[in-house]
Ligand binder design. Sequence first.
Ligand code: SF4
Length: 84
Amino acid sequence: MERSIEDVWMATGLCRNLPPSTFFPSDGSGVEVARKICFNCPVQTQCLEYALTNRIDHGVWGGCSERERRRILKRRGTAVPASV
Ligand code: SF4
C-alpha cells in the first residue's frame, strides 16, 4: 500500500508515542505542555501547515493552539468566517 505524504511526516512526529489527549488539552497549562513537545518536533512545520490547510479547529498542531492558528489564517487572509 502506498503511503501518503501525511503518513510519512505523522510517523516521525514526537507525538506518535504519546496519548492523543496530550494534544487536545482542556486548559492553558495543557496547551503549554503540548507546545513544548511540538517545538522540539522535527516535523513541526509540516504539522502546522497540515492543520492550517485542513482547517483543523481543535487541538495543538505544530506548536500552535486553535486561537493561534485562527490568527495565522486571518493574517494570511484565508480565514473562514465563523458561522452565525
Ligand atoms: S508538531 Fe506536535 S502535534 Fe505536530 S507532529 Fe510534532 S509533536 Fe505531533
